[in-house]
Design a protein around this ligand. Structure first.
Ligand SMILES: Cc1cc2nc3c(=O)[nH]c(=O)nc-3n(C[C@H](O)[C@H](O)[C@H](O)COP(=O)(O)OP(=O)(O)OC[C@H]3O[C@@H](n4cnc5c(N)ncnc54)[C@H](O)[C@@H]3O)c2cc1C
Length: 472
């Protein structure tokens, strides 16, 4: 049995810790805050439900499925309504449905005739990247033209990263898209090729069967998931305990913390660093070869304000028949997008009311995300009135600000990733995991936590094992 410290009780750290505990290791999680979940937080208030971080999760990746089913959360799970497949993007100040069939693509007013022709002839486009890391906007513009960047890519990037498509790295932020051109020479050929490959692999049993349902959450919001993981860890989580210093000792590690009882140090065999990159950068650290965290400040985070609003149904003209509406930067509005939360999942609003979740700021308008509540609320009111035809004032409203919400895998991330890989190689027993490493979705982050837990088992330093336990 090894002793392992986990820094941070977001989904990455919790996932790693539960996996290690179940494998029989002694795990201690240090969490600076007084609750588990990190950016994921759900608040129920008078029949309304507000999710301030993740609102939903896509069908979990294979590695995560086993852990999720072991948590016994099935009875709390709510699947997204069928309306979720309809999404809106604003063009010319109006929300327009995103086409989901070839016929709808031909007739949609969302794209011009020229842009549609570029899409239809993409397979014949012979353009190639200049070399080096390319931004996702540059990749899509080369293959499909500027209009598709503005009215398809930009809103997707706003929805996933609250990021800037001209800065995000195609290879690291959207690896699937980046890989399609590299492997198949075209997005269209690549997408068709991938579908065929997956079908073949599923038939041969190489891939597990298609998971049931696509998108889900929990009756009381996404925080149900970290709370269940935290319950499995019970007293192994130390809340209000910030890790302040970390360094090697013998073949293990010394973790210095500051908690309600004052400073303490803990000697462990391995450490999983699952705090965000900016949180880790604040921990005093010297590695086995004197290394510091020099890779981590290279990872930027975009700020986001989340505004959850409840309205009487009759005060909203729009049908709210979909997942939500995304706002391209070119439209010159102030919000990034709005989820139709109560259309998406049951029990998000009392009967006769609707709940909308609006995101503000991101890489597009970072100052707005960080401004006073009244300024953010006014921006939301203006956009919702215009885009969704809202006539009344909200009967319910909560605002939460993430000063550093989502890590940006910007061009140059490849070098940052290499430095993180090197840091792990030169420091046996030290593992970096979380949304800054292998993708930002809850499924990616949980996968990253599980992989870190597996790596601990495989890579514990041989020889002396540091005496585990806390010293005052
Ligand atoms: C507004 C928003 C909406 C999102 N929507 C979705 C969505 O709909 N679907 C989806 O799949 N994903 C979504 N995501 C992304 C996903 O929620 C996150 O990527 C994921 O939850 C991050 O988990 P994490 O464990 O890596 O980090 P975090 O959640 O940031 O957790 C890290 C923890 O480390 C702690 N910590 C920091 N420093 C220290 C220290 N020195 N000592 C001890 N503890 C420390 C922090 O307090 C925190 O609890 C969204 C994210 C945001 C911000």
């Amino acid at each position: 049995m090894a002793s392992i410290a986990v820094i941070g009780a977001g989904v990455a750290g919790l996932t790693a810790a539960v996996e290690l505990k179940r494998a029989g290791h002694a795990v201690t999680v240090f969490e600076a805050d007084d609750r588990a979940g990190g950016v994921i937080q759900s608040v129920r208030h008078g029949g309304f439900l507000a999710d301030f971080g993740a609102n939903s999760m896509l069908a979990p990746p294979p590695l995560v499925r086993g852990l999720l089913s072991s948590l016994d959360l099935k009875r709390h799970r709510v699947d997204a309504s069928t309306a979720a497949s309809r999404r809106y993007v604003v063009r010319g100040g109006r929300p327009l449905a995103v086409p989901t069939s070839p016929l709808a693509l031909v007739t949609t007013p969302l794209f011009s005739v020229g842009a549609k022709l570029r899409m239809l002839t993409e397979a014949f486009n012979r353009s190639r990247p200049a070399g080096g890391e390319e931004s996702v906007a540059s990749l899509v513009e080369r293959r499909l033209g500027a209009e598709i960047v503005q009215y398809a890519l930009d809103p997707i990037v706003a929805g996933v990263y609250a990021g800037n498509p001209h800065r995000l790295s195609a290879m690291h932020a959207m690896p699937l898209l980046g890989g399609l051109e590299a492997r198949y020479g075209s997005f269209v050929k690549g997408a068709l090729g991938l579908i065929q490959e997956r079908r073949r692999d599923r038939a041969r049993g190489v891939l597990p069967p298609e998971p049931e349902g696509k998108m889900f959450s929990y009756r009381d919001g996404m925080a149900t998931l970290p709370l269940a993981l935290a319950k499995a860890l019970d007293h192994d989580i130390h809340y209000r305990t910030r890790v302040t210093r970390l360094g090697p000792v013998g073949s293990g590690w010394r973790v210095v913390t500051l908690g309600p009882e004052g400073p303490a140090q803990h000697l462990v065999d391995a450490v999983i660093c699952a705090a965000p990159a900016h949180g880790l950068a604040r921990i005093e650290f010297a590695g086995k070869q004197g290394e510091d965290w020099s890779a981590l400040p290279g990872i930027e985070y975009s700020p986001v304000a989340v505004v959850v609003s409840g309205y009487k149904r009759e005060e909203v003209r729009h049908a709210l028949d979909g997942f939500g509406v995304l706002v391209p930067e070119r439209e010159g509005r102030q919000t990034l997008g709005t989820l139709f939360s109560s259309s998406l999942f049951a029990e998000r609003a009392p009967a006769g009311y609707v709940t909308l979740t609006t995101f503000v700021g991101g890489a597009r308008q970072p100052d707005l995300a960080l401004s006073q509540d009244a300024t953010v609320e006014a921006a939301v009111d203006r956009d919702l009135a215009h885009l969704l035809g809202i006539t009344g004032t909200p009967t319910f409203r909560l605002v939460q600000r993430h000063t550093r919400a989502i890590p940006q895998y910007n061009v140059g991330y490849g070098a940052v990733k290499e430095r993180m890989d090197r840091l792990e190689r030169t420091n046996p027993g030290l593992f970096l995991t979380g949304s800054y490493r292998n993708g930002v979705s809850v499924g990616d982050v949980m996968t990253s936590g599980l992989l870190a837990a597996q790596a601990v088992g495989e890579n514990l330093p041989a020889g002396d094992v540091a005496p585990s336990g806390a010293t005052g």
